[in-house]
Design a protein around this ligand. Structure first.
Ligand SMILES: *Cc1c(COP(=O)(O)O)cnc(C)c1O
Length: 424
């Protein structure tokens, strides 16, 4: 159904619905309010652009929060999904499928996982982290370490690993045993292992904390975490749900030498970019950790679904074929330096890796700027009051992003004149 057909759709009550405002009203009366009112009603996407129900076009610099790696309606992805759905759309996990097997093999190879490593497929990032949690429990140890600022998802187990009080508190009691360490504090890390270190089942970290505002682990932290977990027989878990699948210019962020510092995890969770927009997540269990969850100890109806696996294979295939890792690190570097070179007083710094970029603002202007950008045709994300996050499709080009750089450059220098509306 194209956008016009959607416009022409009559409501059950007989009213014609043509515009965003009417759709927003229907949303409000039918969809649970957990996300607040939608910014726009989107009806179509093509490459790095999306269109709303009023026909307005936007440059998508968020990509469904680091999901649409190949942008919108990518022909290779669309063809792979359609072909698989038209061949074999779903089977239970009593059966295997060639796409599922091929994707598992591909992920193990990209992760440079040793031969006895294995993959467990899920439908989302939170579910992948739930599986990590269950793997940790199977060590028989009681303590789990996570970091302040961490985001690992909204289901009960994933939430137990997530530090934000506002997300956690209404749902307590959460699964127990999780301790939060101050972010990037090497002393606190050593202290956590100094007493009962052999009772630590798992330490989970994001190589860069995405939801916290694209914050990389400080130099030396990954190496120390790896050293201490290894010494005490604890698992090092990397949540690469946001940073994985080429987002940072490497297949996985920990493969960037200055982020991973040459270290590999024992378990790793993936999702977001993996299906290029089709829901899929995965856990990679390296070496002996692959047998911690035994037969019958975990399961899923949809995880490993052949259509989702076909989406994953197509996404990884295009990243490979089009040399996107190199493109992502080059373009990301260029965007960061262009933003810095604006020397705009509203921008205090720019950070991130590849196409996961944070624009740190001098004051709490992020929500206002997000709104102003949207009105000007750019989708960006106020990840916190002082930070704008960009996580565009990996197929974005320098030419595509130029109008956004001009938008940023044209922002008023005097913040008291900053409004959601552009003056032109
Ligand atoms: C988005 C995200 C999750 C949760 O993934 P969902 O698919 O929303 O459940 C977990 N960890 C990190 C680092 C994320 O960015």
């Amino acid at each position: 159904m194209n956008a016009n057909a959607l416009h022409a759709t009559a409501q059950p009550n007989g009213h014609d619905v043509a515009h965003s405002e009417a759709w927003t009203q229907r949303y409000t009366h039918s969809v649970m309010d957990t996300f607040g009112a939608p910014s726009r009603i989107l009806v179509r996407g093509d490459g790095v652009y999306v269109w709303d129900a009023d026909g307005k076009k936007y440059l998508d610099l968020l990509a469904g929060i680091a999901v649409n790696a190949l942008g919108h309606a990518h022909p290779t992805l669309t063809a792979a999904i359609s072909a698989q759905l038209g061949t074999l759309g779903h089977v239970s996990n009593f059966f295997g499928t060639p796409t599922q097997i091929a994707l598992a093999e591909k992920l193990l190879s990209l992760a440079k996982a040793p031969h006895d490593s294995r993959v467990f497929f899920t439908n989302s990032g939170a579910e992948a982290n739930e599986a990590l949690f269950k793997i940790a429990r199977k060590t028989g140890r009681s303590r789990i370490l996570a970091l302040e600022g961490a985001f690992h998802g909204r289901t009960m187990g994933a939430l137990a690993l997530t530090s934000k009080a506002a997300y956690r508190e209404p749902f307590e009691p959460l699964p127990g045993g999780v301790e939060f360490l101050p972010f990037g504090d090497l002393n606190a890390l050593e202290q956590a292992f100094a007493h009962d270190g052999n009772d630590i089942a798992m330490m989970i970290v994001e190589p860069l904390q995405g939801e916290a505002g694209v914050v990389p682990l400080p130099h030396g932290y990954m190496a120390k975490a790896r050293e201490l977990t290894s010494r005490h027989g604890a698992l090092l878990a990397l949540d690469e749900v946001q940073t994985g699948i080429g987002r940072t210019g490497a297949w996985f962020a920990h493969q960037l030498p200055h982020i991973g510092e040459g270290n590999t995890p024992d378990v790793m969770s993936l999702a977001k970019g993996l299906g290029g927009g089709f829901p899929i997540g995965a856990v990679i269990a390296f070496g002996p950790t692959a047998t911690l969850l035994g037969r019958g100890q975990h399961g899923t109806t949809f995880g490993g679904n052949p259509v989702a696996a076909a989406a994953g294979l197509a996404t990884l295939g295009v990243i490979d074929r089009d040399n996107l890792l190199h493109h992502v690190s080059e373009l990301g570097g260029h965007i960061k330096s262009s933003l810095l070179n604006l020397k705009h007083p509203l921008i205090s710094t720019v950070r991130g890796e590849g196409l996961l970029i944070a624009i740190e603002l001098s004051e709490e202007y992020a929500a206002l700027l997000q709104q102003r950008a949207l009105n000007a045709g750019f989708i960006v994300n106020a990840v916190n009051p002082k930070t704008l996050r960009l996580a565009p499709p990996l197929i974005l080009t320098l030419e595509d992003i130029q109008p956004f750089l001009e938008f940023m450059s044209a922002l008023p220098h005097d913040p008291t004149t900053l409004t959601a509306e552009t003056q032109e």
